[in-house]
Design a protein around this ligand. Structure first.
Ligand code: AMP
Ligand code: GLY
Length: 422
């Protein structure tokens, strides 16, 4: 198969790395790709959101499978354009992708189909929000409706703090993601978990799970980010977690999609809170997670390309690949200004050596005169693998220390020191 990965982050580098090693992969491309994908295939100078140009090039290059990485591509209808052109595509079309691109759409979907999720109210203006908050007790999670790269959610300790967030957002037209609707949601207690289900348009099955660290600082402090690290498999959850999630969430989602006339192909990422009453949905994403994917791909055995291709063609072959029992820990190295802003970094070494038992995936970056130019933010994910979580964690942090010298001249990089310290 000739396979295209769409996107430019460390998730896409990890997907391309695993797909390229699949027995059924003959050639790998990326659009636009990054410094990592450039080392194993051809990067196309096409934006991840330019569906028409991607479809045209796929036909020229006789691509057999396109894999959608980022949410902006899905929300921008790239999947729709590729399917119109007859290209087998792993990733949902724009309509089904609203499970991620609109939190209000997702919440209504869950309410309609009996999927456990936090109680919430949709507000359209500062006035309606303040009215709702008049009767609010306890913490309030304030959520912008649209896509905001993980930055559209604030967990406010009380109604007064929630009012403060809304006063920043509404009068200045500064609602993250650019919409006008906001969800005010009860705060759930428990432990978070990201569960990934694969769908082929007819069926949907849980295949893997991971734990993600969303806050910028150690001990879950600081602002929410796109994700500062992840590990898999998750520790401390019931051994039948996939069955429980399938029964309570995945099967009702599938039923709901059918009832609503939607067809879903790709990964459904369920962001879950494991409460005293079992799993509740915090959010859906219509794609693989970043950085969870970096901590999942080293655990794949078998033909991952065949797994995704069979789903894209409408009949997923679950026997094609599986996740082995190894543990995997991914730690994100980010510029110290992340997530407030992201200053580019120049002249990073191209061939970073993580040592054995570790792997490096590049974030948004390009090769420039033999060096790597990074656009900043989440620069690298360093992943360690091992027989258990402690060994995988040790491998990841040892690799970071090993890389510290090579990276020390390149600017201020920061990372969390408590990923997988469970
Ligand atoms: P989201 O973008 O919806 O995943 O929210 C980002 C983060 O905010 C989640 O990973 C949680 O840590 C937190 N969060 C969102 N909604 C809730 C909720 N209802 N209860 C508790 N925490 C939440
Ligand atoms: N790790 C969170 C996300 O991919 O949205």
């Amino acid at each position: 198969m000739r396979i295209l990965v769409i996107g430019a982050g460390a998730r896409e580098d990890a997907l391309s790395w695993r797909l390229a090693q699949s027995p059924s992969c003959d050639a790998i491309f990326a659009a636009p790709g990054n410094a990592g994908t450039a080392s194993r295939g051809e990067n196309w100078r096409i934006a991840a959101t330019d569906g028409k140009a991607i479809a045209r090039r796929c036909l020229e290059e006789k691509v057999d499978l396109a894999v959608l990485g980022p949410e902006v591509a899905i929300a921008g209808g790239v999947g729709d354009r590729l399917r119109e052109a007859g290209i087998p595509t792993f990733g949902p079309d724009r309509s089904a992708g609203r499970l991620e691109s609109s939190k209000v759409f997702a919440k209504r979907f869950m309410q309609r189909h009996g999927i456990p999720t936090a109680r919430s109210v949709v507000v359209h203006s500062l006035e309606s929000a303040f009215k709702t908050l008049d009767d609010w007790s306890g913490p309030c999670v304030v959520k912008a409706d649209g896509l905001a790269a993980g930055k559209g959610v604030v967990v406010a300790p009380d109604a007064q703090a929630a009012r403060g967030v809304l006063c920043d957002w509404y009068p200045q037209n500064r609602i993250p993601g650019g919409g006008s609707e906001v969800l005010l949601e009860e705060k759930l207690g428990g432990r978070e978990l990201s569960l990934f289900a694969i769908a082929d348009g007819r069926a949907m099955y849980p295949i893997a799970s991971a734990c993600d660290y969303k806050r910028a600082g150690d001990g879950d402090t600081g602002p929410n980010t796109g994700g500062m690290g992840a590990y898999s498999p998750p520790a401390g959850f019931p051994s039948d977690l996939q069955e429980q999630v399938r029964e309570r969430i995945i099967d009702p989602v599938l039923h709901g999609l059918r009832a609503d006339g939607e067809s879903y192909v790709g990964i459904l990422y369920c962001g879950l809170m494991w409460t005293n009453d079992g799993p509740y949905v915090i959010e859906f994403n219509a794609r693989f997670g970043d950085p969870e994917t970096q901590a999942l791909m080293p655990r794949v055995s078998g033909d991952f390309a065949e797994l995704l291709s069979s789903a894209a063609r409408g009949s997923v072959n679950l026997d094609a690949a599986s996740f082995n029992e190894e543990a995997c820990v991914g730690v994100v190295l980010a510029t110290s200004d992340y997530p407030r802003s992201s200053a580019p970094l120049e002249k990073l070494p191209r061939d970073l050596d993580a040592g054995s038992g570790a792997q490096i995936f590049w974030g948004t970056s390009a090769i420039d005169n033999g060096h790597v130019r990074s656009s900043g933010g989440r620069v690298l994910t360093v992943v360690g693998t091992g027989a258990d979580l402690a060994l995988a964690r040790k491998a990841a942090y040892q690799a970071i220390h090993r890389l510290a010298n090579a990276l020390s001249t390149c600017g201020d990089l920061t990372y969390r020191t408590d990923i997988a310290a469970v």
